[in-house]
Design a protein around this ligand. Structure first.
Ligand SMILES: [Zn+2]
Ligand SMILES: [Zn+2]
Length: 444
């Protein structure tokens, strides 16, 4: 009888344990995540002076697109020291790189994309007016923190840090790397870009698509005074093209933009210029309208060549696409950034701009984090923006952004349901907007 009662008790205890098991394991996994979160944040604090030192070094040694050899050396040697396997020259670009860390079998592939090219400034002086010097340290900080947590707690997965050169100079490097398959296999793609505000993007398609096109006019040189009748003036064709584009501008959609320069237009007034180049960017929120503008500019160029008896060669050297933002990534990252102390918060959802990152967002679930790293009134591509990257506002943004992207990465690594939510959201969006479907709002 006594034995029977003990058995009943034992069964009852087992039943209680069994029933409470899911609750217990949820608490355990929550506890585990808390431990991991704390460790990831502590890692970034511990290496923050090294991250800041890399940021500051690049500020003092700015290299323009496709010439970022020293920056690549700096970033990849640090990654190697941290135990990443590094390949330089990814996608056939000398100053691109891919650093890899894998732990265990399976798990997602998380990619941190980083830029490091400077702007070409006045007098041939490069400068980091777009704050790309911050991106490598931020992506690396997040990647190193995740690597340590994965090793210590046996979390399977793969982390890539992909270095993408020359964001500021077409042709778009990321597009070439995409074609070469460098990003292939990425489950979620994350990056950071400096900003005057901490904000997030409106979910869905936005951004400004862009074409970069050169119109190369060739004529015939002659003495401008002795025998001008033997010359054919290529600069005339380029000048007329600007006039015709200005006439066309009156009829374009309000949110379209066209801007151009003449990088070559002759050497001396007494020589009829045999070569002139008109270089135009034209933009609109839809690729469809950019293509239309491209057709029109082509016809203008052909017409101006006909008018001046010159020839024209048309070279498109860059195409930029729409950005797809996901609420599941944007909201969580925005919340983390605010919790971690980001400043200059703008709660209004933003639209994307023109960037070579945009094309990738159509292929992989992606986020480009925006944490305030310069005074709100510092213009983009300005000396003030460059200087802010090494001031307290820039250093704070660097650490907060590395932590934000590390926590986001940790969630994607350890919470399969969240990863699936991100992937499912990505699948719900169809094609980029057309002229019929784009959101006509003022973004300028
Ligand atoms: Zn820029
Ligand atoms: Zn930039």
């Amino acid at each position: 009888m006594k034995r029977k009662r003990t058995l009943v008790w034992l069964l009852a205890v087992m039943l209680v344990l069994l029933l409470s098991a899911p609750g217990l394991s949820a608490t355990a996994s929550e506890l585990r995540n808390e431990v991991l979160e704390t460790e990831v944040l502590e890692t970034i604090d511990a290496i923050s002076s090294e991250l800041i030192a890399m940021n500051d070094w690049m500020y003092h040694n700015p290299e323009a697109g496709y010439e970022e050899y020293e920056a690549v050396k700096l970033l990849t040697s640090y990654l190697q020291k941290q135990g990443f396997t590094v390949e330089i020259g990814s996608g056939g670009l000398d100053t691109a790189f891919k650093a890899t860390f894998q732990h265990g079998e399976g798990g997602p592939v998380l990619t941190y994309a980083v830029e490091y090219d400077a702007l070409r400034g006045p007098g041939g002086e490069n400068f980091h007016g777009c704050q790309h010097n911050m991106q490598g340290p931020i992506g690396i900080g997040a990647a190193v923190a995740l690597k340590r947590a994965m090793e210590k707690h046996d979390v399977p997965g793969t982390i890539w840090v992909i270095g993408t050169p020359a964001e500021e100079i077409p042709p778009p490097a990321k597009s070439k790397m995409l074609e070469a398959g460098v990003f292939e296999g990425t489950d979620v793609l994350m990056m950071y870009h400096g900003s005057g505000q901490t904000s997030r993007l409106q979910a869905g398609w936005s951004g400004i698509t862009l074409d970069a096109t050169r119109y190369i006019f060739t004529g015939k040189s002659a003495h401008a005074s002795g025998d001008p009748w033997n010359g054919r003036d290529a600069l005339d064709a380029a000048r007329l093209m600007f006039n015709a584009v200005d006439a066309y501008r009156e009829h374009i959609l309000p949110d379209a933009r066209i801007h151009g320069v003449i990088p070559q237009g002759g050497e001396a007034p007494n020589v009829i210029p045999p070569l002139a180049v008109a270089d135009f960017f034209y933009r609109h929120p839809t690729r469809e309208y950019v293509d239309k503008m491209g057709e029109r500019l082509k016809n203008i160029a052909l017409g101006m060549a006909l008018a001046t008896d010159t020839q024209v060669k048309i070279e498109n050297y860059g195409k930029y696409y729409n950005t797809l933002a996901l609420e599941s990534l944007e909201e969580r990252a925005f919340d983390y950034a605010k919790e971690l102390g980001a400043t200059q918060i703008n709660e209004n959802k933003q639209f994307g701009a023109s960037t070579d990152f945009a094309e990738l967002t159509g292929y992989f679930p992606s986020i480009c984090l925006s944490v305030a790293s310069k005074p709100a009134d510092a213009a983009g591509h300005s000396i003030e923006a460059a200087n802010a990257s090494i001031a307290p506002i820039g250093h704070n943004a660097l650490v907060i952004s590395a932590k934000t992207l590390a926590l986001l990465g940790l969630d994607l690594l350890t919470d399969p349901a969240y990863l699936q939510e991100v992937k499912d959201e990505f699948e719900t969006y169809g094609d980029p907007p057309t002229l019929e479907t784009y959101i006509k709002e003022t973004r300028w």
